[in-house]
Design a protein around this ligand. Structure first.
Ligand code: SF4
Length: 426
């Protein structure tokens, strides 16, 4: 069969789609970029926010008309939504034929070949051992090192849909990274909901980072995401301080600067402990860029709590912050908190947060003007074919004059200007 796959949500889903492509290709199915010729439409979905779920449902509703002219066409829901509410959506007659959750992808070929949706197995310890994804990117690879999460932050649906933590065997990670490097992908990101909990036999996460650098000497840039601040060990700080292939960037979700909100979020750290980790990282890697996730309008957040977050943002000066307004997810602890905030307050706080971060980011980016940096050129810039764009080691987007021949190469560039999101270089 020809199949067409669309991916929503985080990098874990991007990596899962690459795994699904590998499973289907091995079974003799053919990936198509053209939805018109596909016999199967696969939607790999995200449940983190209600908006993400509504977007996919809208998309499926737009495509189901294809079944009129092609009755044998199958629409398959994959990923977190399939795990969470897949069977309900099938019964609602939205055009979805099958729902295949995050631990059931091995069964996909059998499902398509034999049309046996109701007999899918389920193994909550599924780790997809000895399976190598087909990386779809040309320059950057995302390599899963663990699945699931044990943390149960009170706002988060992930542990309910992705299950308990499971680490991927080192040998599989090694083969995956070697394969990416062989394809000349110079930027490799290790993925997990909480990479700091990685554990395979005696191998901890900091040891994994060191071992990969030794075992794959051709590896050029190595990153990881996401780190839970409570598990960010001194060993990890030390390994980051050794530099090497590890990039000078960490994404460290703070979520709130208020200890009361952090407690109700079940984040298991205080603001002071978070700040301690930031200081340790900056002492070990003086030019490290720190990015974060922040939630505005969490249940029970007072103006004072929110001000504590703004004050933390001013104190730490994140290079960038992904700011979100709180979105209730059915089944999570926070959705049951009685003190949910009105939408207008969530939105206005989100706006204030974004504005403050824009000022901080602009200041940090403008401080780069005049510096020489290394840009890994990945594509044309969004605005012009006479410019190319790429990432710096510290995870900033840079654009510079250039042409197709530079894509996939490293450019030495000088920063001549900056916006709150892009370094303009020559
Ligand atoms: S660490 Fe918290 S926010 Fe991250 S996936 Fe786990 S439960 Fe969700």
């Amino acid at each position: 069969m020809n199949y067409y796959i669309e991916t929503y949500g985080c990098q874990m889903n991007v990596a899962d789609s690459e795994l699904i492509i590998s499973i289907l290709n091995d079974a003799g199915h053919i990936q198509s970029q053209d939805i018109d010729v596909a016999d199967v439409l696969l939607f790999n979905t995200c449940s983190v926010r209600d908006h993400a779920e509504q977007r996919v449902l809208g998309r499926i509703s737009n495509e189901r008309h294809r079944k009129k002219s092609k009755p044998e066409l199958k629409i398959v829901l994959l990923g977190c939504m399939a795990q969470r509410i897949g069977q309900r959506l099938i019964s609602e007659d939205l055009g979805i034929d099958y729902a295949v959750g995050v631990d059931q992808y091995r069964a996909l070929p059998r499902l398509l070949d034999e049309d046996r949706g109701s007999e899918l197995g389920f193994d909550s310890s599924e780790n997809y051992e000895r399976m190598l994804p087909v990386h779809q990117g040309e320059h950057c690879a995302f390599v899963t090192i663990m699945r699931g999460c044990n943390n149960y932050c009170s706002y988060c649906i992930v542990p309910y849909v992705r299950g308990r933590e499971r680490s991927r065997p080192y040998e599989d990670i090694l083969q995956d990274v070697k394969g990416a490097v062989k394809r000349k992908m110079m930027d490799v990101t290790l993925l997990g909901q909480n990479v700091n909990s990685y554990h395979w036999n005696e191998l901890s996460f900091p040891a994994l980072l060191s071992k990969l650098q030794e075992d794959v000497p051709e590896l050029y840039r190595l990153r990881f995401v996401t780190s839970h601040p409570k598990d960010l060990s001194d060993d990890l700080v030390q390994v980051m301080g050794q530099g090497g292939k590890l990039c000078e960037h960490i994404h460290l979700p703070m979520q709130s600067g208020s200890n009361e909100s952090l407690k109700r979020m079940n984040r298991s750290y205080s603001y002071e402990q978070y700040l301690n980790r930031v200081r340790a990282l900056r002492a070990a890697v003086p030019n490290i860029a720190i990015t974060t996730d922040l939630i505005a309008g969490f249940p029970g957040e007072t103006e004072e709590h929110f001000e504590a977050t703004l004050s933390a943002m001013r104190e730490i000066e994140f290079d960038y912050a992904f700011c979100f307004k709180y979105s209730e997810r059915e089944g999570t602890a926070a959705a049951k908190y009685p003190d949910q905030l009105p939408e207008e307050i969530r939105l206005s706080r989100l706006q204030r947060m974004i504005e403050l971060q824009r000022e901080i980011t602009l200041r940090i980016y403008r401080a780069q003007i005049g510096k020489e940096i290394e840009v890994y050129v990945e594509d044309f810039s969004k605005k012009s074919k006479s410019q190319v764009s790429g990432k710096t080691r510290d995870f900033k987007i840079a654009v510079l004059d250039g042409d197709e021949s530079q894509i996939g190469t490293l450019a030495k560039a000088k920063v001549i200007d900056a916006t709150a999101g892009t370094l303009i270089c020559e």
